[in-house]
Design a protein around this ligand. Structure first.
Ligand code: BEZ
Length: 327
C-alpha cells in the first residue's frame, strides 16, 4: 500500500491494528494541525501563532498548516487520524481522551479552582504533567495543556434557583464527569459538539448549554437565550497532542524544536485566557444581556455528591485538589 492509499484507508476508518508502519520522511516538511474551533476562536489563533513560531524557529524548514473548524472531521475522527499517523498534531478538548482514560476528565471537576489564574497554574503543574504522559498509551504525544474560558451556563429560560434546572436539557461535551455532574443537578445532560450548538439552541432542541463567555459572544448564542449564569464552575482544558507514529519519524532536534514552540504557545494561550473571560463577559453585559453570578451553593448538594464518587473512580483527582489548594 503506498502512503496516499494508506492515509485514505485510515481516514475511511480502517482498524488501527491493521495499519502498516509509516515510511519515514526525510524531514517534517509540512505538518498539519487539526482543531474544531472556528477561526475566530483563541485556540485557532494560537494554532496560527504556533505555525509562525515554528517557521521562524526552524528557519522556514517546518511549515504547519492549520485546519480549524473541524475541516479534518470531528475530534473522534482526528484522534483516529493521529493514532494512524495521518494527522500530525491537534488541539483537542478532553472529550475523546477522557472516554478512553477517565483520569483526564478529573481536570473538569466542578469548582476545582476558584479562578482562571489558579486554573492556569494547575494546568502547567506537576499533576497535569503526569496526566499528559498518559496520552502515550493512546498513541499520542502529550505536548501540553491549554484551556478555554471557565464554564458558564446559558439558558433559554431563566432559572432563579438551581432547582429550576430540574429536567432541563443542558448541552455538555460527551465526557463522563460532565454528564454525571448535570445528572446530579437533576438536569438532562445532552452531549453536542460545538458546531451543532447554535441551531440546537435556536430550535429548542436544548434548554441551555454549558459554554464559555467567548463562544457565547462570538457565535451569538445569547440571541436565543434569556439568561447567563456566571458560575465559573469548571475549567475547560485543551490538550495539545502530536501523533506518536509521526513523532517516531522526527529527529530529536525537530521534536525539541516543536516541543519548545508548543510550550511557549500554550503558556501564552493560558495567560491570554486570564483576560478573555472578563473581556467577553463585559461585551455580553454591554449588549444588555442579563448575566447573573452564582456560586457552588446554587447547585445544591450536586458538587459534594460528585466528588464522593469521582475521588474513588479517578484517584488523580485528590492530587489535583491538593495541588490546587497550594496555588
Ligand atoms: C465546547 O465544545 O464547548 C468548546 C470546544 C472547544 C473550545 C471551547 C468550547
Amino acid at each position: 500500500m503506498d502512503r496516499r492509499t494508506f492515509v485514505k484507508t485510515v481516514i475511511a476508518g480502517s482498524a488501527l491494528s491493521a495499519a502498516p508502519a509509516l515510511p519515514a520522511l526525510a524531514g517534517p516538511g509540512t505538518l498539519r494541525i487539526g482543531l474544531i474551533t472556528p477561526p475566530s476562536h483563541q485556540w485557532s489563533k494560537s494554532a496560527e501563532a504556533l505555525a509562525a513560531r515554528l517557521a521562524e524557529a526552524s528557519g522556514g524548514r517546518i511549515a504547519l498548516s492549520v485546519h480549524a473548524a473541524g475541516q479534518l472531521g470531528s475530534e473522534a475522527q482526528m484522534l483516529q487520524q493521529l493514532q494512524a499517523g495521518a494527522l500530525d498534531m491537534a488541539f483537542l478538548t478532553l472529550g475523546e481522551l477522557s472516554n478512553r482514560n477517565a483520569q483526564f476528565g478529573a481536570l473538569t471537576a466542578p469548582y476545582l479552582v476558584r479562578d482562571m489564574g489558579q486554573a492556569r497554574r494547575l494546568l502547567a503543574g506537576a499533576t497535569a504533567q503526569e496526566l499528559l504522559a498518559k496520552a502515550g498509551r493512546l498513541g499520542l504525544v502529550g505536548l501540553g495543556f491549554g484551556m478555554a474560558g471557565m464554564r458558564q451556563v446559558l439558558l433559554r429560560e431563566p432559572a432563579p434557583a438551581g432547582e429550576a434546572l430540574q429536567g432541563r436539557k443542558i448541552r455538555t461535551v460527551p465526557l463522563a464527569q460532565e454528564l454525571d455532574f448535570w445528572r446530579r443537578v437533576g438536569a438532562a445532560p445532552t452531549p453536542l459538539p460545538l458546531p451543532a450548538l447554535y441551531d440546537a439552541l435556536a430550535n429548542g432542541q436544548i434548554d441551555g448549554m454549558q459554554i464559555d463567555f467567548e463562544g457565547t459572544w462570538n457565535s451569538r448564542y445569547f440571541e436565543h437565550a434569556s439568561e447567563m449564569l456566571a458560575s465559573d464552575h469548571m475549567i475547560f482544558p485543551m490538550i495539545a497532542v502530536g501523533s506518536g507514529r509521526r513523532w517516531a519519524t522526527l529527529s530529536h532536534e525537530d521534536r525539541a524544536l516543536i516541543d519548545g514552540a508548543v510550550a511557549e504557545t500554550l503558556e501564552e494561550l493560558r495567560a491570554t485566557y486570564e483576560e478573555i473571560d472578563a473581556i467577553y463577559r463585559a461585551k455580553i453585559e454591554e449588549a444588555g444581556f442579563p448575566v447573573r453570578s452564582v456560586d457552588r451553593s446554587y447547585f445544591g448538594g450536586a458538587v459534594d455528591a460528585w466528588y464522593s464518587e469521582w475521588r474513588v473512580m479517578t484517584p488523580v483527582l485528590e492530587r489535583l485538589e491538593a495541588e490546587a489548594a497550594e496555588l
